[in-house]
Ligand binder design. Structure first.
Ligand SMILES: C[S@@+](CC[C@H](N)C(=O)[O-])C[C@H]1O[C@@H](n2cnc3c(N)ncnc32)[C@H](O)[C@@H]1O
Length: 278
């Protein structure tokens, strides 16, 4: 991956953080993927996981949909190498590609899934429209993104303020859920279900995820332009302190709002008919 192209990086630390993210969001993603698989008349012959990272979501897609072939697509060569090592084979493979560009190298799929990806891509509604050209007629796109994060703790709230600003500095919207909920149906596709679910995460676990991410981007110019090193050191120390589960086991958990949208391809789109590639 080109340096700086994915805001949260693809270092070993970033991969470790995504392993924790996979644990934290396992239950809601499983439920949603089960629903997405059930929305198809038969098991998909091809399912695609966009922005698959080290491949944990790809494994979930394969398991929950029973797809004959599941392909994880990501722009990071190092994440893809890890994904192949952890989950490659048995109908699961990985391909390097920029997901903002269509057609996908595997062609249209019966089921396309993405989790925590639209938060990093400018103009998420336009991207969804583009992705729908890569869904076979009758197939679905399943979008699993953050709608809001309601945190009881000022340290976590401060972190969230910074991360939202960082993502915005790349032209993207950390909380992409409301955009997906509000977007109109498009050329040859319609939203079938859009659900807001709430997922509670213990403060210490949220602080651990946040602390790992913070180490990755605390020296980004979009952050250092507005925060002193002293402030950043303080936030790092506060997050480390909050991450101790024994100290904060009784705290009110963080409330994550997850927007889970199922979007059905109803027919041939004008763009796919033209073989459009952006
Ligand atoms: C927050 S991670 C989510 C990973 C995985 N879906 C999960 O939920 O654990 C976002 C992933 O999207 C990838 N990504 C970001 N922009 C991309 C792009 N334009 N094309 C392909 N992959 C991209 C990153 O490399 C990263 O692996």
């Amino acid at each position: 991956m080109q340096r700086g192209s994915y805001t949260f990086g693809d270092s070993d630390l970033a991969a470790e953080r995504l392993a924790l993210v996979a644990e934290v969001f396992d239950a809601p993603s499983r439920r949603f993927l089960g629903e997405a698989g059930a929305a198809l008349t038969e098991s998909p012959s091809l399912a695609v996981d966009l922005g698959c990272g080290p491949g944990r979501t790809t494994r979930l897609v394969a398991e929950l949909t029973g797809a004959a072939r599941t392909v994880g697509i990501d722009a990071s060569a190092s994440f893809l190498a890890e994904a192949t090592r952890l989950s490659g084979g048995d109908g699961i493979e990985f391909v390097e590609h920029d997901v903002t560009s269509v057609p996908f190298p595997v062609g249209p799929a019966d089921l396309v899934y993405c989790r925590l990806l639209l938060a990093h891509l400018p103009e998420p509604a336009a991207i969804v429209d583009r992705w729908m050209t890569q869904v076979r007629p009758g197939g679905v796109l399943a979008v699993d993104e953050v709608e809001f994060i309601d945190t009881p703790h000022p340290v976590l709230a401060r972190y969230e303020e910074l991360v939202v600003a960082l993502v915005a500095s790349r032209g993207a919207l950390m909380y992409a859920g409301p955009v997906i909920d509000a977007m109109p149906d498009g050329d040859g596709w319609q939203r079938e279900a859009t659900t807001l679910i709430e997922h509670l995460v213990p403060v210490a676990l949220a602080a651990r995820m946040y602390g790992m991410n913070f180490r990755t981007w605390r020296d980004d110019p979009a952050i250092t332009a507005n925060c002193s090193q002293e402030d950043l050191d303080q936030l790092a120390a506060d997050l480390a302190e909050l991450a101790a589960p024994e100290a904060h086991g009784g705290d009110t958990p963080v409330r994550w709002g997850l927007r889970q949208a199922l979007i059905r391809r109803t027919g041939q789109t004008t763009q796919s008919a033209k073989g459009d590639n952006r």
